[in-house]
Design a protein around this ligand. Sequence first.
Ligand code: ADP
Length: 240
Amino acid sequence: MGHKSDIKLIENGKRTDGRTVDQARELTMEVGVIGAADGSAKVAFGNTVALASVYGPRELFPRFMQQSDTGILRTRYNMAPFSVDDRKRPGSDRRGQEISKVMKNALEPVLFLQEFPKVTVDAFVEIIQADGSTRVTGINASSLALAAAGIPMRNLVCACSVGKADGHLIVDLNGKEDNFGEADMVFGCVPETREVTLLQMDGVLTRDEVCTLLKMATKTCDDILVKQKQALKDYYRRDE
Ligand code: ADP
């Protein structure tokens, strides 16, 4: 992550998967994919696919974890062993724990958890195919799953990655770009209020580049929001 290499990532303005620098991968979203969950969604950025399921609000056990004045959001991010070609070691690891926390922090600000004292809302993300930018794909899927579960939210949260490869500023990094690019930035926001709920960066960028990337990420999140709303509308209309 964030180290230079001899691998050519951009040639004649085209990226390894044929995209232009400011083009996100094909983004697909489907709400209501896991019947037993209170809310669920499947989101794909190209070959990166995340499944999110939300359960709750439900009573929190053990009881000492309950908070008398508010509900809590618990998140769990996991990469399935078959999500990458060299098989990911199953189970919890440091990276998964960190990403789970980052997802919780990105999503929590839009939830009215004070309305549910003592209870928990659980959001589980399973990455079933990983090709870069999995945490942002997981956040977009969780945001939809929370909405589909009917959890009171003031807005949707959108997230994307941006970065730098072969000297070019790019949107929505794939696995190669994430591994061999010069820098990557992960951005999550509430487009409708312009709040930023996630920002992580690896590598070296100039201040101007950071500003440009923030604008590119903001624009991409605006596009994501349109798709999220459409996916929710499609879900609520499907039984009509
Ligand atoms: P993100 O997926 O959010 O960009 P990272 O920067 O940690 O998070 O990971 C970048 C990419 O590296 C992932 O999307 C995935 O394609 C790949 N990757 C991460 N962990 C593993 C792993 N254990 N085995 C194989 N590939 C991995």
